[in-house]
Design a protein around this ligand. Structure first.
Ligand code: NDP
Ligand code: SSN
Length: 288
């Protein structure tokens, strides 16, 4: 089986790369913080010193990095992905804007490589369980060649046309999710302040038209004021910012998303950026 690379072993990357290994793929990994490579190294993965070293050893490399600046740095730095690109394939699963994705895709293609953007829906648990949803766009031949790997890490994959389609789809989805989370957090705060039982609220919501996995999953810990990080709030705020920039560019009014972004910004200022994005609820409770 061909060697596969993975750069960026954060909350998502470690689970995704772990599933490639579990499915029998020969794996080479790189992460800025080396300690995060240890668990996979014990499972038999090779740890590379630089992103370029991963590309040297693998025909296809996946990435899951924090934000657009970092996604670009890992490609364009002196020992980055671009260094050794001809004939290689790069699949970026980071959530970024289409400008970032296009810069990366154009540079890799110009250097003789192939590029696919593949941001994901689903969080820490789906990354661990191999049940992510991939929103891919870019080189269609690479989409086809990536399928065994996408299937090792996910339950569904969609091809959305030329580079940018995956990034835009991901930002729209996360903009909706961030707005929903704020409405949910405000509802929980109002219920608590008006002497309602939160478990009763969750039960009523779950029985009706607004029932959804996110409320079901996050509600019970939010009710206890606990926000263990699955999707860090700093990344959700980044996604709101990028979605709002897309709305600005296209002159789409987004007053609900703009208000939700302000709540996430406030929560970040309060030091909640590394908690789960449901910690926006903690800001409201504090403010009440
Ligand atoms: N968590 C989630 O539920 C989901 C997250 N996403 C998206 O996936 C991406 C990764 O998310 P997640 O795993 O949660 O994030 P984490 O913050 O856990 O991981 C971020 C990754 O980026 C790396 N990184 C950060 N700064 C640098 C830098 N300066 N140079 C090199 N590498 C760097 C980190 O390395 P280091 O370990 O050294 O810090 C780590 O590997 C983000 O774009 C996020 O929006 C998408 C779907 C769900
Ligand atoms: O980008 C993060 C998405 C989290 C999720 O889809 O549950």
């Amino acid at each position: 089986m061909a060697r596969v690379g993975f750069v960026g072993l954060g909350i998502m990357g470690v689970g995704m790369a772990g599933n490639l290994k579990k499915k029998g793929h020969d794996l080479v990994v790189w992460n800025r913080t080396k300690e995060k490579c240890q668990a996979l190294e014990k499972e038999g993965a090779k740890v590379a010193d630089t992103p370029a070293d991963v590309v040297k050893e693998c025909d296809i490399v996946f990435a899951c990095l924090a934000d657009p600046d970092i996604a670009m740095d890992v490609v364009f730095r002196d020992d980055g992905i671009l260094k050794v690109c001809p004939g290689k394939a790069y699949v970026d699963c980071s959530t970024v804007d289409e400008e970032c994705s296009n810069k990366i895709g154009d540079a890799i293609t110009a250097a003789g490589g192939r590029f696919l953007e593949a941001p994901v829906s689903g969080s820490k648990k789906p990354a661990e369980d191999g049940t992510l949803i991939f929103l891919t766009a870019g080189d269609e031949s690479l989409y086809k060649d990536s399928q065994p790997y996408l299937e090792a890490m996910g339950k569904k994959h969609r091809y959305l046309g030329k580079t940018g389609g995956g990034a835009r789809m991901k930002l729209v989805v996360n903009m909706i999710m961030g707005s929903m989370m704020n409405a949910f957090a405000e509802g929980m705060t109002l219920a608590e302040s008006s002497d309602l039982d939160l478990s009763a609220l969750l039960e009523v919501l779950d029985a009706g038209a607004m029932s959804n996995p996110m409320f079901r999953l996050k509600g019970p810990s939010m009710a206890k004021g606990e926000y263990p990080p699955a999707f860090p709030l700093k990344h959700q705020q980044k996604d709101m910012r990028l979605a709002l920039a897309l709305g600005d560019k296209l002159e789409v009014p987004m007053p609900v998303a703009a208000a939700a972004n302000e709540s996430f910004k406030r929560a970040r200022m309060e030091g909640k950026g590394d908690l789960d994005f449901s910690a926006v609820h903690g800001s409201l409770r504090k403010a009440k």
